[in-house]
Design a protein around this ligand. Structure first.
Ligand SMILES: NC(=O)c1ccc[n+]([C@@H]2O[C@H](COP(=O)([O-])OP(=O)(O)OC[C@H]3O[C@@H](n4cnc5c(N)ncnc54)[C@H](OP(=O)(O)O)[C@@H]3O)[C@@H](O)[C@H]2O)c1
Length: 316
């Protein structure tokens, strides 16, 4: 149990497998101007957590506390914070990549990445949403400007990003095609997918055509191959932000668009997501919950890359 001025956090001193994660006691900091201190009730996990744990990624060498998704209660506000007050239930995303640290009892968060938690979802559901929903929203709505009636192909539609992207695309009135292994097709149909493709049996480039927007969650060959299923002027938005130049050059040759993006935490997007939740158009599927102390177990499961929906840490 932590004392008044300390908190529990999941940290690591070396890069490596889930076993490098350990619970530590650290100082609980006071919020600075335009920040709030959030008492974390639940914190989502994402592939970027396991990638950074293993490779350092944007963060370089540890020690660090991972976690970009948060749902909780405002404990204290910094100077100038007008949007929230202590006791408010909030959810949101910490700045990516350098604002990490939600896998802890408390986290400092800039107010711009947070919004009020809808009463219709609990903290676990709220913590599952921010990073994946902002990614899907920024890819489909802000970058691809997805319109009603358009055809969208979502790769790995059962994954964290994919399963919210299907719902966001349906809420925009799009015709949604999703890829997943056969065992997850019923799940995709429940989410609202109009067509499903078993990527293990079927080459999507032969099964799909005249697509307006592709959400590429896989990268590599999939990015470039996806360009071929677009209609003229269509767009592939890839959320694997680094890859071969061929993605851009092939797009130019084919008369289509190719874009790579990183999610960016912001309140306009969070408000749009909260609005979809309130309208009953967006709900996360929870693949598993783990107490904060068992973060390594959550990473082990996430590392498989086979989960449907989201993994969430629960902080008591
Ligand atoms: N640029 C950004 O800002 C950004 C933001 C969020 C995520 N990402 C990246 O996007 C990727 C996806 O993230 P996520 O949270 O959705 O991951 P995830 O939840 O771990 O994805 C798991 C899902 O991927 C499916 N899958 C695996 N290989 C597949 C394939 N070849 N074809 C179709 N489905 C496949 C699995 O379904 P099956 O078991 O059926 O194969 C599983 O349901 C990660 O690499 C992540 O780092 C980037």
């Amino acid at each position: 149990m932590s004392t008044v001025n300390t908190m529990r956090a999941i940290s690591q001193d070396t890069l490596g497998g889930p076993e490098v994660l350990k619970e530590i006691e650290v100082e609980r900091l006071a919020p600075r101007p335009n920040q709030v201190l959030v008492r974390v009730r639940a914190a989502g996990l994402n592939p970027t957590d396991w990638k950074h744990r293993a490779n350092g990624g944007f963060l370089g060498e540890p020690p660090f506390v991972l976690g970009w998704d948060v749902s909780g209660v405002v404990e204290a506000v910094g100077i100038g914070v007008a949007t929230f007050k202590p006791g408010d239930e909030v959810f949101g995303m910490l700045p990516y990549p350098f604002g990490h640290g939600s896998h802890a009892e408390y986290v400092l968060a800039p107010v711009r990445g947070l919004t009020h938690k809808p009463a219709s979802i609990d903290h676990v559901q709220a913590a599952a949403l921010p990073l994946v929903s902002l990614t899907a929203w920024q890819a489909l709505v802000e970058n691809a400007e997805l319109r009603p009636g358009q055809r969208v192909l979502i790769h790995a539609a059962a994954g964290g990003v994919g399963h919210v992207a299907v719902q966001i695309a349906k809420a925009r009135g799009a015709y949604v095609i999703g890829t997943a292994s056969a065992g997850k097709h019923a799940f995709l149909r429940e989410l609202g997918a109009d067509e499903v493709i078993d990527y293990r049996e079927t080459d999507f480039t032969e099964a799909v055509k005249d697509v307006d927007v592709v959400l590429d969650t896989l990268g590599g060959d999939t990015s470039v191959d996806s360009l071929r299923v677009l209609r003229p002027g269509g767009i592939v938005v890839s959320i694997l932000p680094v890859g071969s130049d061929e993605f851009g050059t092939a797009a130019e040759r084919l008369g289509v668009r190719a874009l790579r993006m990183l999610v960016d935490a912001d309140r306009a997007g969070m408000n749009a997501i909260a609005d979809l939740v309130e309208k009953g158009e967006l709900r996360p599927t929870i693949a598993g919950t783990f107490p904060l102390a068992d973060a390594a177990e959550a990473h082990r499961l996430g590392d498989t890359g086979r989960t449907a929906g989201k993994l969430v840490l629960v902080v008591d």
